[in-house]
Design a protein. Structure first.
Length: 166
């Protein structure tokens, strides 16, 4: 319990000190800072086509992986599914174009599109600069939440990328 309180105190100090490196001299055991992005990253599920979905409640947020955006290059155009569109898992639902390639988007899950990221349509480069945050593509109300469980987790996806199957 004392260790947990010390960790909380150290992390609060780091958070409340902008621009300061997380190097704090302390007599307690070494503190390690863990990125919240890693936590969020572990919650994403991936398809073999390099789309990801992150689920909150009954809504999935969909995007493309870092690998996919890197393979595409600078994205210059994004066609996203319209709000209200009903999708089945693996349905073609949009397209991305870059200076060197074009790629179709496939829905990783079944459901109804509730929102599309208009910022990505206006500034497609967000996909390259922030594919997991500002560069998400659309949100869908899940009609078959069990489909998410069949998708690859982060470690499975990383192994998939190392294989010849992608």
């Amino acid at each position: 319990m004392v260790l947990c309180q010390s960790m909380v105190r150290i992390c609060r100090m780091a958070i409340n000190t902008p621009g300061r490196a997380f190097l704090t001299k302390t007599t307690s055991p070494t503190a390690r800072c863990f990125s919240l992005q890693s936590i969020c990253h572990a919650e994403r599920r991936y398809t073999d086509k390099h789309e990801w979905v992150s689920v909150e409640g009954s809504v999935g947020t969909v995007g493309i992986s870092h690998y996919a955006q890197e393979a595409l290059g600078d994205v210059v155009y994004a066609q996203l599914p319209d709000v209200g569109t009903n999708l089945s898992q693996k349905d073609e639902c949009g397209a991305l174009e870059s200076v060197k390639a074009a790629s179709e988007l496939y829905s990783p899950v079944s459901g109804k599109v509730t929102e599309k990221n208009t910022a990505v349509e206006e500034t497609p480069g967000l996909i390259n600069t922030s594919c997991y945050d500002k560069g998400w593509l659309f949100r869908v109300e899940l009609s078959k939440p069990e489909e998410v469980d069949a998708l690859m987790g982060e470690s499975q996806y990383q192994e998939f990328l190392k294989s010849d199957d992608h």
